[in-house]
Design a protein around this ligand. Sequence first.
Ligand SMILES: *Cc1c(COP(=O)(O)O)cnc(C)c1O
Length: 332
Amino acid sequence: MAIIKLKKKAYEHNLKLIASKAGGFDKIICVFKDNAYGHGDKILVPIAKELGVNFVAFKNEKEAQNFKNLFDNILILSHIPNGDEKNDFIYALNSKEHLHRYKKGTKLHIAIDTGMHRNGISLDDMIFVFDEAKKRGLNILGIFTHFACSDEYDPSFFVQRENFRKAKDLAKKLSQNKLCFHSHNSSALFRCFKLDDDELCRVGIVQFGYCEFEKSLQKVLSLYANKLSQRILRKNEALGYGLSFVANDDISIATYDVGYADGLFRYDGKGVLALANKKPILGKMSMDSFSCEDMGDEICVFDDVSSWAKFFNTIEYEILVKLNSNIPRILE
Ligand SMILES: *Cc1c(COP(=O)(O)O)cnc(C)c1O
């Protein structure tokens, strides 16, 4: 059976590192959207709580539901308002057109578009939004922004940071509440010298050990597969769909029980896609299995998805988040 193993020590190590960079556990918003980036939220969220995190973010209410009694603050990032918002949650306001759809008392953090132009309201609309929210009895508790290029050396990062500072100054004038501010995601936090004193960070992937700006992180997730079958492939015999791998010598091969239905990208047999021990996958990947040199009953498919991300010309996020939630997760 395929299994995902999560390293508790690695996760704790990363969170402590984030806290020391951010200035304390109370400066962290842990983003656990999409099953904690494919890791398994049921296992990791309580560990963050134990360590002292008290602010978390999810994609939607369904994800957040299981943890609503655990945290003082839960931010919902991608909610379409329906007038039935819960007092347990804080909702990101992604569009000023949504203001009239929230019922009185709904708790909001306003997304500010400082230059990414994906969502949020412009600085020019802030006066209108604060005004309208007041009229409607909405409860603005904070403002935040997201960087388009925090993981690339692009000057827009600094432009957006300046714009957000302006937005914070304006928000402080427009609100009687003491507002909560946050902008830095994983790469922004670790590339900046220091967080502004009035800001929290809002970090996802760095919790799980991935960030090119910090080398001492530890990878949390590894994927294991178990042997379904084995045989000797004779010289010139071929293997798998399309018979794309042909043995140039006798070789002992085995088939393991993870495939693209489990969320792995489908390897088409071209180029070298290596397992954790550097041995290549042989032939095309099947829906529920792949083949390689026989390496015993259980093998580690990967304990670091960076090389897979590179191979498939994507980012680590995508390799991780696609891991099927049906794969059992254990903590070790
Ligand atoms: C996903 C997400 C994050 C976390 O980003 P990382 O790069 O994983 O740290 C932060 N803020 C928003 C709005 C997000 O959607």
